[in-house]
Ligand binder design. Sequence first.
Ligand code: FES
Length: 504
Amino acid sequence: MTSRIETTSARESLWLDGPDAPSYPALADDLEVDVVVLGGGITGLTTALLCQLDGARVAVLEAERVAGGVTSCTTAKATALQATVYSTIRSRHGAAATQAYAAASLAAVERIAELTAANDIDCDLLRRPAFTYAAEESERAAVTREHAAAKEAGLDATLVDSPDLPFPTFGAIRLDDQLEVHPVRYVRGLAGALDDGSSVYENTRAIELSEGSRRTVQTSTGASVRAEHVVVATHYPVFDRGGYFARLEPKRSYCIAVRLASGTPPRGMSISAGDNTRSVRSYGDLLIIGGEGHDTGSDQAQPERYAQLETFAREHWDVAEVTHRWSAQDPVPYDHLPFVGPYLPTSKGLWVATGFMKWGITGGTFAAMMLADAIAGRESPWAATFTPTRLSLRSTPKIAQLGVKYTGNVIGDRLYPGDERDVADLGTGEGCVLRTAAGKSAVFRDDAGVLHAVSARCTHLGCDVQFNAAERSWDCPCHGSRFDVDGAVLEGPAVDPLEPHDVD
Ligand code: FES
């Protein structure tokens, strides 16, 4: 009943397919440092290295493996041209914020190149042009609008007839000299560049934070770290203070890598401007396609998401085989700007970075640059734009909408008793929420016919989880927590597992 199965998410990522990484020990003894960074992804490791360069002693605490979280689930484009981000930010925040976003993104691209060179990181870094293209005639206006906003923001972007793609498009924006990277090798390289005064600890989850002039982070190993500065770089902020869950909307998206039978993949990095996103880049002789995004916990989480990407690839290239498939979850801020800065309005020495809107390689890097500046006492020109304490009046209806969604889900869940299906009728690979003697149970039957049953009540704030058929997980539609079929937390904000149910 409790045997675990693999989900089909990050474990099949192209970026995790390779030799085992050097491992780091779990935290065994109490420690005192200047800065403790929670999260061993691109944001955390970049922050750690930049703080070390400022002379700080840093400890990085990673709940699992370095670069094994969302950093391993991206398409790994480091670019200041990001679909239609500038027209979106321009409409919500005005020209100054758009310029700050462009400057921060351009600086991040160059910082990645600098850190790679300075630390001799072997991460297949290549300069590439980035494109935002109109896949349909109806997307042409969005491309034109984005080009104007990007130019106003300070990007040296040009309008071109077509990107580097083997099918007709309806105009594109081009920005040269951006970067493609192997994200896992890059982040492991950052970790390897930390020297004796600083250290990385894996399988060490931060579980509690106590305040004071120096903060103490209690960890899952029983040991703790005291530090003047705590950086929360856990993708979705741990500790769940500051109401971040109410300001971030979790989105899922999917990626495949394919090997071509003939021809070569494009050398440009492209993304379509419309809602039906298609993101394209190459990695060696592999072609990577991303897209098919949807809200976390929606019934669109079906295996067809991968099939749609494969169909797109086969329509336009001579595909020999799909070599990898993986997915990502990204928290998108209610007002479409990342949150980078003090964790709470009154925080001194407690910092957060989150909400990179699916552009985490670039956003995570500029966030790290800003946090390192703040910790060293330097002013960042972008701090006011990204401060988590901002209130965007133009976007407050979105907060209300997210709140209504949560309230509606909770009320709906309480009224909905669960499917009346019999457990015996559940086929292999199927999952559903059933009314059982234990209450509402989230029940899944694996390929061997074994039932996995857990409580359907999300341990964050009590919405009912939904079955994600694409990845065989239980996903919460309220704030995006995800659990495996045995209840273990895959994504926060939940920190506690779903309790086991006995449905035999
Ligand atoms: S993630 Fe908030 S209730 Fe589930």
